[in-house]
Design a protein around this ligand. Structure first.
Ligand SMILES: Nc1nc2c(ncn2[C@@H]2O[C@H](COP(=O)(O)OP(=O)(O)OP(=O)(O)O)[C@@H](O)[C@H]2O)c(=O)[nH]1
Ligand SMILES: [Mg+2]
Length: 633
């Protein structure tokens, strides 16, 4: 069974609703006001089955739209999900303003198939009918409804003339319509919300992709509310599931009518993401009177949704002229669920007229994007096998997960895997743990790690390496890719990792002979001096290396705690201070108290050294000052 959604379109009073009723027996004007005024105000729905040429059943769902110019926004909520259109033109009136506007909208939405229908054939004589036929042919020349591909069918809802021809034309057009993908991620843009006695909350819509089953849990976009599917109806009959291309009614648990509205979308939980920004390709109708300027505010319609949007035009020109197209970023006041490939219409802010439309290319744009036009060109015209690696490339050394790609594309894992197979095979894309990364980006990351290390060693010849964390901060890689790149260069024996320290292989601290000798001399001078240390400047003055080098060596010795500075002037060797500690601890056994004189006697140092040393011991909590004396702790 093939399910196809047929939309009507055309000027007010041209006989759309009457035609749907003549075909299906269903009056799609369901509102009391519609019946009273004899016009369609909101969307109406009907359905019928026809036998397809291959013997299968063809299930047609009709979306009947209003023709009144004031209700174009309702019309827009209905035509989003249609597979083919009946462009209805009354034979006694021919082409009128909303014939044109609706047809513009259909073209902008990328509707590919349909049937031009001349209604009220009973109301004109055959000559008049032929004239209108020629007029309509002329109007449709060069479009998707051009004859002879889409022959014009003349009908009368009043007499029934031509209805069989129209059914045959519907069967033929439906056979050519590409079936929607029932295995894709399901999306149901809501067009009606109501309560039904005995059921509770019901929403309806055209299921534009995927399958929805009873008991599924879905998320309401963009409110985030979760609902459970209590029941499914397709074309007014209970069903276990609804598949893409079907008019669908869902009985929901977990939401009231106040929580739901036309324009919201049902989709799987935790899979897709709403957005306030989307990069799009948009074009302006030739009939539009003036160019669309950067930062213009427009009415934005996509699927059943309607909102305002600010248009930020990409590229230097900063405007899109009538009959031209360009790339732009749309900024919405509230997050909405949009996916690449979604079509939309824009209408002038005031007065409200349709001025253009286009297609969403990227609903997850990055803040900074230097290569944006190239990227958007690929999204606009590239094959799936190009789009996925390009999306991975754009994430740079952050990479992207499969879940991330699903959010960006709206594609299932299977579809993404298919689009990735070649790139993974040729190793233009690498899979590292959960993350996919563009191979040249990963190679650049590896070489940038090496050059960062090289630079670090040059600037810090006396330091043994850079900490992992510091090195990572110098890249903008994700931690997963950073670790993988580090492992890779270590595997190539280009770096060494010691604990938290990373260094280029064989680099670390490189001391020239003189420096190494000087370091030894300083150490010796202090270790042999014990507590009676020389002045640091005297030691440094005796070295072969210059003052700055000498100072660096001292810094290194202090950092490694070989030398310990206890005051501005006094530096001791580690071993001397350790010896002092032992001496004081031993003294405690004899007497827990000690004055300065006693300390001088014990250590043999002069007062000049004794005071700073005692203060050092206080700081180290070896001793505590009590009056003029020290208590040993
Ligand atoms: N003579 C004749 N009248 C028709 C035919 N089809 C529709 N009408 C009449 O035309 C009027 C408008 O018909 P509708 O079907 O309501 O027109 P519509 O296109 O749905 O109008 P909107 O939904 O308001 O845009 C009604 O009075 C119908 O009875 C037809 O084939 N022949
Ligand atoms: Mg109508």
């Amino acid at each position: 069974m093939k399910s196809i959604i047929v939309g009507t379109a055309g000027h007010i009073d041209h006989g759309k609703t009457a035609l749907v009723k003549a075909l299906t027996g269903i009056d799609a004007d369901r509102l009391e006001e519609e019946k009273r005024r004899g016009i369609t105000i909101d969307l109406g729905f009907a359905h019928m089955d026809l036998p397809a040429a291959n013997g299968e059943t063809l299930r047609l769902g009709f979306v009947d739209v209003p023709g009144h110019e004031r209700f174009v926004r309702n019309m827009l909520a209905g035509v989003g999900g249609i597979d083919l259109v009946l462009l209805v033109i009354a034979a006694d009136e021919s082409i009128k303003p909303q014939t044109r506007e609706h047809f513009d909208i259909l073209q902008l939405l990328g509707v590919k198939r349909g049937i031009p229908v001349l209604t009220k054939s009973d109301a004109v004589d055959p000559e008049m009918l032929d004239v209108v036929r020629l007029e309509v042919e002329e109007f449709l020349r060069g479009t998707f409804l051009e004859s002879p591909r889409s022959p014009i069918v003349a009908v009368s809802a009043l007499t029934g003339a031509g209805l069989d021809d129209l059914k045959r034309a519907l069967i033929a057009a439906a056979a050519q319509a590409e079936p929607r993908d029932s295995r894709a991620i399901p999306r149901l843009p809501i067009d009606r919300v109501f309560t039904m006695k005995g059921f509770g909350t019901v929403v309806t819509g055209t299921l534009i992709s995927g399958t929805i089953r009873k008991e599924d849990e879905l998320e309401v976009f963009s409110s985030g509310r979760r609902v459970r599917i209590r029941g499914v109806q397709v074309h007014g009959q209970a069903a276990d599931e609804a598949v893409a291309g079907q008019r669908t009614a869902l009985n929901l648990a977990g939401a009231n009518t106040e929580d739901l509205a036309r324009g919201m979308t049902l989709a799987p939980t935790a899979t897709l993401a709403a957005t306030r920004r989307a990069d799009v390709q948009l074009s302006l109708l030739p009939s539009t009177s003036r160019p669309l300027k950067d930062r213009a505010r427009v009415h934005f319609h996509s699927n059943t949704m309607e909102t305002v949007a600010e248009v930020r035009i990409h590229g230097g020109n900063k405007k899109v002229s009538p009959n031209e197209s360009g790339f732009a970023r749309l900024v919405l006041p509230e997050p909405a669920l949009l996916l690449p490939g979604d079509r939309f219409i824009i209408r002038q802010f005031s007065p409200v007229v349709t001025i253009g439309g286009g297609v969403v290319l990227d609903a997850a744009p990055l803040k900074r994007a230097a290569t944006l036009p190239d990227f958007l060109n690929v999204l606009a015209a590239g094959a799936d096998e190009q789009i996925v690696p390009t999306r991975i490339m754009r994430q740079g050394s952050k990479g992207i997960s499969m879940a991330g790609l699903t959010r960006e594309t709206g594609w299932t894992w299977e579809k993404i895997e298919r689009a990735l197979a070649a790139a993974l095979g040729q190793r233009t894309v690498l899979r590292i743990g959960e993350v996919l990364v563009y191979r040249p980006t990963f190679d650049t990351l590896k070489s940038s790690l090496l050059s960062t290390l090289d630079e670090f060693h040059k600037k810090n010849p006396l330091v043994n390496g850079i900490s992992r964390e510091q090195l990572r901060e110098q890249t903008d890689a994700s931690s997963e890719l950073f670790s993988a790149a580090l492992d890779a260069v270590r595997g190539d024996k280009k770096i060494e990792i010691a604990g938290e320290l990373v260094r280029l292989a064989g680099r670390g601290v490189v001391m020239k002979d003189e420096e190494a000798e000087s370091k030894k001399k300083i150490e010796e001078a202090f270790s042999t001096a014990g507590l009676k240390v020389p002045a640091l400047y005297e030691v440094l003055a005796r070295l072969k290396v210059d003052k700055t080098r000498a100072q660096k060596i001292v810094t290194l010795l202090l950092r490694d705690k070989v030398l310990i500075k206890i005051s501005e002037e006094l530096v001791f060797h580690r071993t001397a201070l350790e010896e002092l500690r032992r001496l004081i601890v031993a003294q405690k056994k004899l007497s827990p108290k000690m004055d300065v004189a006693k300390f001088k006697e014990l250590t043999g140092v002069s007062r000049k050294y004794a005071i700073p040393l005692l203060e050092y011991l206080d700081r180290e909590r070896v001793t505590r000052r009590v009056g003029d004396a020290r208590e040993i702790l």
